[in-house]
Ligand binder design. Structure first.
Ligand code: G
Ligand code: G
Ligand code: MN
Ligand code: NA
Length: 251
């Protein structure tokens, strides 16, 4: 059987699971939110990465049901977390191009009883490749609901900055590829991160540096005034139970 066939049944068979990776505020060292990252445990092949099956789901018209499941599950889980932890959900450009997205987002929030400002949608620059009037309408509809918007993998995709004139992002996520080499002050990657932070601050947006693994990276990132950090140095993505245990122990 092709992976695509198995993907069709994966949701009803309960093979999908959400894991959550903490996002830490640099200034306070407090966990302010988490990013939801989907995992598929295939009955024969074991755990399959979303970097493998999300593109298949996008091609096979399965990203819509999968994305809706992720939104509903993330909102349900977040509504039961202690404190006011935010949950960030990755949204495929294909979901973003569907005019029903705001309805589904509002419905997921309503069903879970989650306040809209506790949900952050992560969108990549590729959404700006399609019709700009429709894209603008989608942004407005989502902001009207009151959810937060984050620009994911910043600096790796569509190269124009023109969209920043109007797109209402609350946060820029600095891609891991810049963080990886950013261990030395004065390095090219450090200069790129400093420039992204300056841009984000001028536009009143927060920043998250992704993929921080070492203390050298963390020290440098803090010195560059990145507002939030995320990476294995703090935590790998963990299951909902483990997240709740941690949060309760820490509060
Ligand atoms: O967690 P991991 O590094 O395996 O994620 C790999 C890729 O899959 C990342 O680009 C991430 O954004 C994407 N991804 C993870 N979970 C989801 C999801 O729920 N929906 C979508 N569309 N992409 C996801
Ligand atoms: O594309 P997006 O930024 O949504 O994907 C985030 C991906 O990065 C996830 O697959 C997640 O598991 C992974 N990730 C998170 N923290 C680290 C880290 O410190 N190092 C590495 N190599 N990957 C990470
Ligand atoms: Mn992401
Ligand atoms: Na990212």
């Amino acid at each position: 059987r092709a992976l695509e066939e198995d993907l069709r049944d994966a949701l009803v068979r309960g093979e999908m699971e959400l894991t959550y990776q903490p996002v830490v505020q640099a200034k306070t060292n407090l966990v302010t939110g988490v990013e939801a990252l989907i995992r598929w445990t295939h009955p024969e092949r074991g755990v399959i990465s979303p970097s493998v099956f999300v593109p298949i789901a996008e091609e096979a018209n399965l990203i819509w049901p999968l994305g809706e499941w992720v939104l509903r599950k993330a909102c349900q889980d977040a509504a039961r977390w202690p404190g006011d932890l935010r949950v960030a959900v990755n949204v495929s450009p294909i979901q973003f191009a569907n005019e029903d997205l705001p309805k589904v987002v509002a419905s997921a929030l309503g069903a879970a009883g989650l306040s809209p400002d506790r949900l952050e949608l992560e969108i990549t620059e590729s959404v700006f490749l399609s019709d700009s009037a429709e894209t603008a309408r989608m942004f407005k509809a989502l902001k009207d609901i009151g959810v937060r918007l984050a620009l994911d993998d910043f600096g790796t995709g569509y190269s124009s900055l023109g969209y920043l004139q109007s797109a209402p992002f609350d946060k820029i996520k600095i891609d891991q590829s810049f963080v990886r080499g950013a261990t030395v002050e004065g390095s090219r990657n450090a200069a790129i991160i400093a420039a992204i932070v300056a841009l984000a601050e001028a536009l009143d947006m927060e920043t998250t540096a992704e993929g921080i693994e070492s203390h050298d990276q963390l020290d440098l990132i803090r010195n560059l005034h990145v507002s939030h950090v995320q990476g294995y140095i703090y935590s790998k993505p963990v299951g909902n139970e483990e997240l709740v245990d941690h949060a309760e122990a820490g509060s």
